[in-house]
Write a protein that binds this ligand. Structure first.
Ligand SMILES: [Zn+2]
Length: 574
């Protein structure tokens, strides 16, 4: 097997963050993967680097100033206040304001940005960041366990150097955040294979194909429950071949979300580890600069297995490693077989009923054949700081604010506090250069309703009439749709048993509201909270894994028992 130079980004801090004990997203899976890579002696075979963390300013290349500012300040304690009682930035249950959320995002995004740099400098053939791949994050809002879209940031970085980037997404969920960001450009082709039909995020039909210049450059392959390796491959390979033929990408970003594996807690497909990894193998063979990212994946031991195996695939040593696992820190997770494997289940492949998989494949291929060959781009025109404008979406699709609050946010930006994190704030709105079909697409239909995109979910909503309470969202956790409440016009009483805001913080009618007032009020509570956590074996907003290992996770268990919740550890059930 031919050799590739592989760079692997890992930050030892990443595994210690926690979304909450019962939350299915476990950053610990990156740590478990890393331990397996050590056990398999793969680290000496690649460049192992710890990336510089992404700054707030860097994040605003895609996200709005207001949202990044929010992320950099939010804590579990101040979240209700800073998110306007959950009506902005973090809505619903999917995205908790966990301790250290901004640091976690800066590690995830920092890895993908560093990977982009290194690939574009020609210093590596394959760059891996398992902490990245957070494909649902939106420009001004967290979504589906994702807060900062490291993928969009990395691709924007790559577009400074190369004319065309192909994004492939094999997560069980539609790669909506990335698709939306590049929906109107032909310099990024997005191709997502995902479960579709009463499933988060509700977008990604065959007919969601991009818009304007980007028409035809979004490819969606909607699947039904139970897809097997063989069926998946029968659509993945021809679609990818056709894309490579018509698009001729200069680089590829492959999001390896592992919730498409059989037995995933939130997924519903039936891929084995080998079937999932065959996508990596197939793309690697094409010999195009490649970034491998993580993504979803909620049966943690299987995520660690698969990303370990896929790292071996990147190195080209997958046939040389012993699938019987060597001893490692997490060895007991992998019993009773202790093997590097994720077998299929006997669930029925619903894609084979009614010939649906063949129809999906044929339609996707037909749409691709309608594209003219590879668009050209004058790279000398690419400005250093604003690739988004070069994509031609800055003016045409830049949207007006959503409502009064957004208008205020936009008008009051740059905010007093943002100077601290953004050394060079330009005119308000400077970050809003990429995409945004959101509100414009919806306006003609009904000015009272707000849609997120020109995609299937928006159309589904359009058919079912305007959303009475404003924005609609779907939860990845529950799979259910919910209305985002509008912020109350009279002010922001938290209305949840917490102390109401002091009168001075509530803007009087017609008065200019001070956005993000001083954090001083909750600092005492935060200090007390952190001190308690430290006593409980956690520190600095993170779980102290060392302490937990010393006492066998007893602290976590004690805390869990106190809360009356089940410890959410994957038990081997075969
Ligand atoms: Zn997913």
């Amino acid at each position: 097997m031919s050799k590739r130079r592989v760079t692997y980004y890992y930050d030892p801090d990443v595994g210690a963050f926690t979304y909450g004990l019962t939350h299915p997203m476990k950053p610990q899976r990156m740590r478990a993967t890393h331990e397996l890579l050590i056990a398999y002696d793969m680290l000496p075979k690649m460049h192992v680097l710890r990336a510089k963390r992404a700054s707030a300013e860097t994040m605003t290349r895609f996200h709005t100033d207001e949202y990044v500012q929010f992320l950099s300040r939010v804590t579990p304690e101040n979240a209700p206040q800073l998110s306007y009682s959950g009506t902005r930035f973090l809505v619903g249950e999917d995205n908790p304001a966990f301790d250290g959320v901004f640091e976690f995002c800066s590690i995830s995004a920092g890895g993908s940005l560093a990977a982009a740099h290194r690939l574009m400098n020609g210093q590596t053939d394959i760059a891996i960041n398992w902490a990245g791949g957070l494909h649902h994050a939106k420009k001004r809002e967290a979504s589906g366990f994702c807060y900062v879209n490291d993928i969009v940031l990395a691709i924007l970085e790559m577009l400074r150097t190369v004319p065309r980037v192909l994004y492939i997404d094999i997560d069980c969920h539609h790669g909506d955040g990335v698709e939306e960001a590049f929906y109107t450009t032909n310099r990024v082709m997005t191709c997502s294979f995902h479960k579709f039909g009463e499933y988060f995020p509700g977008t990604g039909t065959l007919d969601d194909r991009g818009r304007g210049k980007g028409r035809g450059y979004a490819v969606n392959v909607p699947l039904k429950d139970g897809v097997t390796d063989e069926a998946y491959r029968s659509v993945f390979e021809p679609v990818i071949d056709k894309i490579l033929d018509v698009f001729q990408p200069s680089a590829i970003v492959l999001q390896c979300g592992a919730d498409s594996l059989s037995g995933d807690k939130l997924g519903c497909l039936n891929l084995t580890m080998q079937g999932h990894a065959s996508c990596v193998q197939y793309i690697r063979k094409k010999n195009i600069p490649l970034m491998l990212l993580g993504g979803g994946g909620y049966t943690v031991k299987n995520v660690a297995r698969t990303w370990t195996y896929e790292t071996a695939c990147a190195l080209g040593i997958e046939d040389d490693i012993d699938l019987n696992m060597p001893w490692n820190e997490y060895f007991e997770w992998f019993g009773p077989r202790y093997r590097l494997e994720v077998p299929a289940s006997n669930m029925e492949d619903m894609n084979l009923r009614d010939n649906s998989l063949n129809r999906v494949r044929e339609t996707a291929l037909r749409y691709l054949s309608e594209l003219r060959p590879a668009p050209s781009v004058g790279l000398q025109d690419v400005p250093r700081e604003s690739v988004g404008e070069h994509l031609g979406v800055g003016d045409a699709y830049e949207q007006g604010p959503l409502d009064d609050l957004d208008e205020k946010l936009a008008r009051e930006s740059p905010l007093p506090n943002i100077h601290a994190i953004l050394p060079d704030p330009r005119a308000p709105g400077h970050t809003r250069f990429v995409y945004n079909l959101q509100e414009k697409a919806a306006q003609p239909a009904d000015s009272d309703s707000e849609y997120d995109s020109d995609t299937s979910l928006a159309r589904t909503r359009a058919r079912s009439g305007p959303a009475r309470h404003g924005k609609k969202r779907m939860s990845l956790l529950t799979g259910e749709c919910f209305d985002v409440p509008r912020p109350p016009p009279e002010g922001y009483d938290l209305g949840c048993g917490h102390e109401p805001w002091p009168q001075s913080d509530i803007p009087a009618q017609g008065m200019k509201r001070r956005f993000f007032p001083s954090a001083a009020r909750w600092e005492y509570a935060l200090d007390r909270h952190l001190a308690e956590r430290e006593r409980a074996g956690m520190r600095n907003g993170r779980v102290d894994v060392g302490a937990l290992m010393m006492n066998g996770g007893a602290v976590e268990r004690a805390r869990t028992a106190e809360l009356g919740e089940e410890m959410d550890v994957d038990a081997e059930d075969d």
